[in-house]
Design a protein around this ligand. Structure first.
Ligand code: TYM
Length: 324
């Protein structure tokens, strides 16, 4: 079985881009993988968080994993800060990571622009902590959206560099994206990815949006000039909506184009909203049925399992590096 690791930060509202780019892949892959899925709370605090909200969001993300179909009998679910090896390995990897590696990171460039002079060292160092997450578990595959591929490239570089200097220790992981879901674009601006921190709620469909909100947002989504339904790069707004339709409706883009032949945007958008809500409504019912106590017990059991694996790897790492 291949070893899989991935995670989501408990910050902002999870949207359908997070689900389609990452979580949906995990659900499909858990049957053929030894999956370790993490709620990345230490990543979230690289920008200011309200402590009460962070605690709530951390549980909510774990509930979202479960409501999406992640089975705790098959996958290990835990909270990053519950396994202290993540921070410890991040520190050791910091000593082989170079400023030049991190200066290249486009997500840091974007986020630090927003934070201005309050930008923390943690935000800069964030990809090294992510490398530690991945490398601790001999991870082979990391299913993510394409915005994370550059970070995974760094994890690969650090694994190779450590192995060369200290001897074979880490598996070199591979990122995995899926064709249509790798980059879901903003509904209000199809040139930028859908984002948790977008200023307008018309950018995204949140996993907690009700049917009426979904319809309102889809109706307002930017489409391109023209009235027919076609799938092409020069109609990025429509292409993005067809991708979303395709992933929720389990149909290929071509099938969707054929279905809406001769019909306009109105019919297509109504159909799209109904396919999205067709997923979201039962998902939200499952989400509401999971209690805090239930999810806490799952996370506790997951942390015990993850800790054992992480500690075995750390023992090796400390020895290799020369820590007494
Ligand atoms: P985060 O929390 O920003 O996003 C979680 C996952 O959602 C994907 N994603 C998208 N996919 C498609 N279209 C979009 N518009 C879109 N927006 C987000 C992201 O690519 C990601 O897969 N650093 C990570 C969390 C992390 C992690 C890790 C991931 C920490 N350690 C180790 C994998 C392995 C992050 O901030 O993702």
């Amino acid at each position: 079985m291949q070893k899989l690791f991935s995670g989501v930060q408990p910050s902002g509202n999870l949207h359908i881009g997070n689900y389609l780019g990452a979580v949906k892949q995990w659900v499909a892959l858990q049957e053929q993988s030894e999956s370790i899925l993490c709620v990345e709370d230490l990543h979230a605090i690289t920008v200011p968080q309200d402590p009460e909200v962070l605690r709530k969001k951390t549980l909510e993300i774990a509930k979202i994993y479960l409501a999406s179909g992640i089975d705790p009998a098959k996958s290990t679910l835990f909270v990053q800060s519950h396994v202290s090896a993540h921070s410890e390995l991040a520190w050791i990897l910091n000593t082989i990571a170079r400023m030049g590696d991190l200066d290249k990171m486009t997500q840091y460039k974007d986020k630090s622009q927003k934070e201005g002079e309050t930008t923390s060292i943690g935000l800069y160092d964030y990809p090294v902590l992510m490398a530690a997450d991945i490398l601790l578990y001999d991870t082979e595959v990391v299913p993510v959206g394409d915005d994370q591929l550059q970070h995974i490239e760094l994890a690969r570089t650090l694994a190779r560099r450590f192995n060369e200097r200290f001897g074979e220790t880490f598996v070199v992981p591979e990122g995995r994206i899926q064709k249509e879901g790798a980059r879901i674009m903003g509904l209000d601006d199809p040139t930028k990815k859908m984002s948790k921190s977008a200023p307008s709620e018309y950018n995204y469909i949140s996993l907690t949006d009700d049917e009426e909100t979904v319809l309102r947002k889809v109706k307002k989504a930017v489409t391109d000039s023209g009235t027919d339904i076609t799938y092409s790069d020069d109609r990025p707004g429509l292409k993005n909506l067809i991708n979303i339709y395709s992933l929720f409706g389990d149909k290929t883009p071509d099938e969707i184009v054929t279905m809406y032949e001769g019909q306009g945007y109105g019919a297509f958008k109504t159909g799209l909203a109904s396919v999205i809500s067709g997923f979201l409504t039962p998902f939200q019912e499952r989400l509401a049925a999971i209690s805090d106590d239930e999810v806490k017990a799952i996370l506790e059991a997951g942390a015990v399992k993850a800790r054992a694996q992480a500690e075995a790897k750390m023992k090796q790492v400390r020895e290799r590096v020369g820590l007494l």
